[in-house]
Design a binder for this molecule. Structure first.
Ligand code: GRF
Length: 195
């Protein structure tokens, strides 16, 4: 299975997936890293590991449609089977979601459907969880559809919220959980596809 990861930042989820695929000997290979930021940590990691890195941003194109076409062409020419969003901070164009039905995954640092949707990313997810008095948080791997954070949930993992947690502390605990959850969800999905 040929995987593309979409990243915008440090790429710790991308890196965790990369190592887990090797360790678990999953029948998948990350062949493409696509990012709206050419110099982010994820793209550096891709370059270091001889994974094709493609910088694609709306700013490079005269229209959103041209950007969408370029993204579709990149996915097609690399024969991508499955797209994994991993800290990707842009919405996936509807035409791309349509071209990859049930074949785009995302990881969200909270227990969807709670604490999801526009604006719920990075530290403000964790701040909202703490502010709401939740004693449990966690991460969710879900399929991506046209509505932000609304696709079918594939797998979730909980983590405790400590009474004195800062958003940073909770973010750190959830991120560690994401790193193993994403690989487990991928393993499950690949198993389903092979079954
Ligand atoms: C983190 O907030 C993570 O919870 C979410 O995307 C952000 C960056 O992740 N999935 P990464 O380190 O770039 O994978």
């Amino acid at each position: 299975t040929r995987l593309a990861v979409f990243c915008s930042g440090g790429g710790s989820n991308f890196q965790a997936l990369y190592h887990a695929i090797k360790r678990k000997k999953l029948s998948a290979e990350i062949v493409l890293c696509l990012s709206n930021r050419s110099r982010c940590g994820a793209m550096e990691f891709a370059r270091e590991h001889k994974i094709k890195d493609v910088h694609l941003s709306e700013k490079q194109f005269p229209s959103f449609d041209a950007f969408t076409e370029a993204m579709l062409e990149t996915l097609r020419s690399n024969e991508i089977d499955l797209i994994l969003l991993a800290g990707y901070m842009r919405k996936v164009p509807d035409a791309v979601v349509g071209a990859f039905p049930e074949r785009i995954l995302n990881i969200h640092p909270a227990l969807l459907p709670k604490f999801g949707g526009e604006g719920m990313y990075g530290l403000n997810v964790h701040a909202a969880v703490i502010a709401s008095g939740e004693t449990i948080s966690g991460a969710t791997v879900h399929l991506v559809n046209e509505e932000y954070d609304k696709g079918r949930v594939l797998m979730q993992q909980t983590v405790p919220v400590m009474p004195d947690d800062s958003a940073e502390k909770l973010a750190e605990r959830v991120l560690a959980c994401e790193h193993q959850l994403y690989a487990e969800a991928l393993e499950k999905l690949l198993g389903e596809q092979e079954a």
